[in-house]
Ligand binder design. Sequence first.
Ligand SMILES: [Zn+2]
Length: 126
Amino acid sequence: METKDVILDLRTKSGLSQDELAEKVFVTRQAVSRWENGETVPNTETLKLLSKLFDVSINTLLGAPRRLVCQCCGMPLEDALISREKDGSLNEDYCKWCYADGTYTYHDMDDLINVCVGHMTSENFT
Ligand SMILES: [Zn+2]
């Protein structure tokens, strides 16, 4: 999906009019209309607001041009797995296990391995 379709989709699913969305992210209704027509894309600051409002990553808003991977453990990231800062905004560099509430979960590589091994071991994976 392209940005225009993503925004239209998120807006209609949220039951917001173009006016209401515009008000929430401090732009004009015309700006929202231009995004949805594909004439322009939101600027970085507005993308951050949209990300927070709709609870999706900026990568998703941009039509998922990048394949997000956790910079700590290497796990491919879908929106549900992305870590968050203390204020609830998404940190698209890390998964929610490696980074939570604005801090890194692990102190060193041994820590990381201990936690990962705990998650990975199961009856059919020794
Ligand atoms: Zn990770």
